[in-house]
Design a binder for this molecule. Structure first.
Ligand code: HEC
Ligand code: HEC
Length: 178
């Protein structure tokens, strides 16, 4: 591990990220994830993947290109310390109910934790943006998402397009913080 991460340095380094991810890591831009309250390891690993080109996005990749390992560590502790807010979402109660059952059936909670609040390298899904959740699940299903160790790509293989939709509606209504 590099030297101890510095939260205040992370706050300064997050300045260029605000326009998309929000002042405190909570954004309302559809398709852009909120970062507040995500586990430190998760954020750090995603930044490494963007920098190394293992994860690609035309908006996001340029902002990771020049980050050092210390920058990533500082940013990750900063975002982990911010309180996550629920994203505004128009959810369908029927889809939420089916999504809840699917999350049980496919053991999403065994990795993402009960309440889908995340831990270690596994992200919080609760209260994340609905459009973003759908986009990522489609990417894992299509095997184009470039995940850390392949576990999430494997987990997405049995999901149909309808399953993805229903799961996203369920995850979007869960409270993001315990
Ligand atoms: C121009 C808009 C923009 C800026 C500025 C930006 N990002 Fe992003 N970021 C995105 C988008 C869009 C995604 C989702 C990419 C995808 O769909 O895979 C993303 C994804 C991420 C993720 C992955 C989160 C997850 O839940 O998977 C992290 C971590 C992240 N950004 C951190 C940062 C940091 C740190 C900065 C500043 C150094 C930054 N971003 C600047 C648009 C931006
Ligand atoms: C074996 C463990 C495991 C299981 C089971 C699992 N996941 Fe994941 N999931 C992960 C890991 C690890 C990541 C981070 C992958 C990466 O590196 O991008 C992830 C990432 C995600 C993401 C991307 C979120 C973001 O902010 O980038 C979504 C959405 C997701 N999982 C949904 C689900 C759903 C829905 C299920 C159940 C159908 C599920 N996961 C089951 C381990 C798992």
């Amino acid at each position: 591990m590099p030297a101890a991460a510095d939260l205040e340095a992370g706050r300064r380094k997050a300045e260029p990220c605000k326009s998309c991810h929000g002042a405190d890591g909570n954004t309302t831009i559809p398709g852009t994830p909120s970062l507040a309250g995500q586990p430190v390891f998760f954020t750090h690993w995603q930044l490494i993947k963007f920098r190394d080109g293992r994860r690609k996005d035309p908006q996001m990749s340029p902002f990771a290109a020049n980050l050092s390992d210390a920058d990533m560590a500082d940013l990750a502790v900063y975002y982990a310390a911010q309180r996550p807010l629920p994203r505004p979402a128009a959810t369908d109660p029927a889809k939420v109910a089916v999504g809840r059952q699917l999350a049980e059936q496919h053991h999403c909670v065994s990795c993402h934790r009960p309440g889908l609040t995340g831990h270690e390298q596994v992200p919080r899904l609760a209260g994340q943006d609905l459009a973003y959740l759908v986009k990522l699940l489609r990417g894992f299903k299509a095997q184009t998402a470039g995940d850390l160790d392949g576990t999430m790509t494997t987990a997405a293989q049995p999901l149909s397009e309808a399953d993805i939709e229903n799961l996203a509606h369920y995850m979007a209504i869960l409270p993001p913080a315990p």
